[in-house]
Design a protein around this ligand. Structure first.
Ligand SMILES: Cc1cc2nc3c(=O)[nH]c(=O)nc-3n(C[C@H](O)[C@H](O)[C@H](O)COP(=O)(O)OP(=O)(O)OC[C@H]3O[C@@H](n4cnc5c(N)ncnc54)[C@H](O)[C@@H]3O)c2cc1C
Length: 469
């Protein structure tokens, strides 16, 4: 068939981390790509997620540093927040990164269609532009990367003091009192940032603990630190509704008749896949009862040549998982050999203060999976760099498989909480995914003085010898 203007090697619906990385990766391999996005390129991550949330957290970190400047011999007075500047800075970072993706798409000749893409039979994608006009394009292969949107809870519709992660990132002030409903990663990041910026924060979590799924030793460090920030953590409580007041705030009703008056409520109870506008009539693509597009372990949908990646499928909702799935899908369109993403070993990172990062199972999960384990834990308290930074809270915990000789063998999981651990995880991630043994990793040298010495030291202990006990 002679290619026509509306025909591409690859059509991608959704311009978030999954979609744009698929587009750029494919284009770098010489593939002719169309990318369909109805909103800004960059998706949730750049516009309403990872990037703006971390920009707020960095402002919170600067506030903390200035508040403790006197400890370092610097007289800086007490810090005051100018949130308009915080917003301006965040918006500039976002605009720069979004613009960068647009420029890279242009540079690699990815054709970006501004509109809503819906997939029909025979790989035909109908793009409906904001003015209602439609264009039809066809891809030899198609990748669905429509992402996710915040989950809502009945009785807490957005508007006024009720915010989701979308709206909290657009606040023009720091609310004096804030309730965060949901103590997962996103909820804890907002709780941490706003508590550091001066809000009186209460976390309302239905489960028995915040950050469920996190290793207990790590979760305890976060809870202790949050309590020091005066964050009130209420676990095992369900919210029942709220009554707005005339001052623009509201009273949240929760638990057994308890009330909490606040100026803002952040509803942070997870995200749902957003297949709403994908069409899919006449295709073999299936959507499950929770709204996820159904795929096999290679991100293939029920329709030949149609893949689905990122938050749209039931895999960890992380931007970098979307990147990995993008590469997996594109390689298959190129006829290349692939292996499935090992979802139980991906890196996880929470950018609260203190930060949390891990790869591989925690101690309980490793035992539940049937492993006989040897565990080593070392605190940042004795790490020289942590003392220099003035942030000694946290620890590194390494879980290794016990060998037949009773010694620690293969590294199963590396779990960290404390200063800059999100930047330190890569060594642990490599160890876990390389299936390295404790003896192998212990041969490697860590720079001194550095925070990563703690990982080296924790692994060294598992060999049966160590420097620091
Ligand atoms: C507050 C917050 C903080 C986060 N922090 C982190 C973090 O630190 N690290 C991390 O890894 N992850 C983080 N995440 C999660 C991360 O943002 C998502 O995992 C990631 O954005 C998913 O990428 P995606 O491409 O699958 O979907 P999305 O980023 O949601 O992008 C999907 C895109 O598709 C578009 N779209 C949808 N339907 C159509 C259609 N029919 N036609 C055209 N376009 C369509 C949407 O407009 C959107 O731009 C965070 C999320 C939030 C909310």
């Amino acid at each position: 068939m002679i290619p026509t203007a509306d025909q591409f090697d690859l059509v991608i619906i959704g311009g978030g981390p999954g979609g744009y990385s698929a587009a750029l990766y494919a284009a770098s391999a010489g593939v002719e790509v169309a990318l369909v996005e109805f909103d800004a390129l960059g998706g949730t991550c750049l516009n309403r997620g990872c990037i703006p949330a971390k920009a707020f957290l960095e402002t919170a970190a600067v506030h903390r540093h200035v508040a403790h400047a006197a400890d370092f011999g610097i007289d800086a007075g007490s810090p005051a927040v100018n949130f308009a500047v915080t917003q301006e800075r965040k918006n500039k970072i976002v605009a720069g990164l979004v613009g960068g993706i647009g420029a890279m798409c242009k540079g690699r000749k990815v054709e970006v269609f501004n509109g809503t893409g819906s997939l029909g039979a025979d790989h035909v994608v109908t793009v409906t532009a904001p003015d209602g006009s439609t264009t039809q394009i066809t891809g030899t292969d198609v990748i669905l990367a429509a992402g996710s949107v915040p989950r809502l809870i009945p009785g807490f519709e957005r508007g006024g003091p009720i915010l989701t992660s979308d709206e909290v990132l657009d606040l023009d002030h720091v609310p004096a009192r804030m309730a965060v409903i949901g103590g997962g990663a996103i909820g804890c990041e907002f709780a941490s940032a706003f508590a550091d910026l001066g809000s009186k924060v209460t976390i309302l979590e239905g489960l028995p603990k915040i950050l469920p799924g996190l290793d207990n030793d790590l979760a305890n460090v976060v809870v202790r630190s949050f309590k020091r920030k005066q964050i009130d953590i209420r676990t095992g409580v369900m919210v029942n509704g709220h009554t707005p007041n005339d001052a623009g705030g509201t009273t949240v009703h929760f638990g057994d008749g308890e009330d909490l008056e606040v100026d803002a409520v952040v509803v942070s109870v997870g995200r749902r896949p957003y297949a709403d506008k994908l069409g899919l009539d006449g295709t073999g693509v299936k959507v499950d009862e929770r709204g996820f597009v159904v795929v096999d372990e290679l991100c293939r949908t029920g329709e030949d040549g149609v893949y689905a990646i990122g938050d749209l499928i039931n895999t960890p909702q992380l931007a970098h998982v979307g990147y990995a799935e993008a590469i997996l899908a594109v390689k298959q369109t190129l006829g290349e050999r692939v292996v499935p993403v090992m979802y139980d070993r991906v890196p996880w990172a929470i950018y609260s203060d203190p930060e949390v990062a891990w790869a591989g199972p925690d101690e309980a999960a490793a035992k539940a999976a049937g492993y006989d384990v040897v565990v080593s834990k070392h605190p940042f308290k004795f790490n020289s760099r942590a003392q220099i930074l003035g942030t000694t809270e946290g620890l590194c915990k390494v879980i290794a498989e016990k060998g037949p000789d009773g010694r620690a063998g293969r590294v199963l999981g590396v779990h960290m909480v404390g200063p800059w651990v999100t930047e330190q995880l890569s060594g642990g991630y490599l160890a876990v995914n390389w299936e390295a043994t404790v003896d192998e990793i212990a041969e490697f040298i860590q720079p001194h003085p550095s925070l990563t010495e703690l990982f080296g030291e924790t692994v060294l202990s598992l060999t049966g010898r160590n420097f620091n006990g």
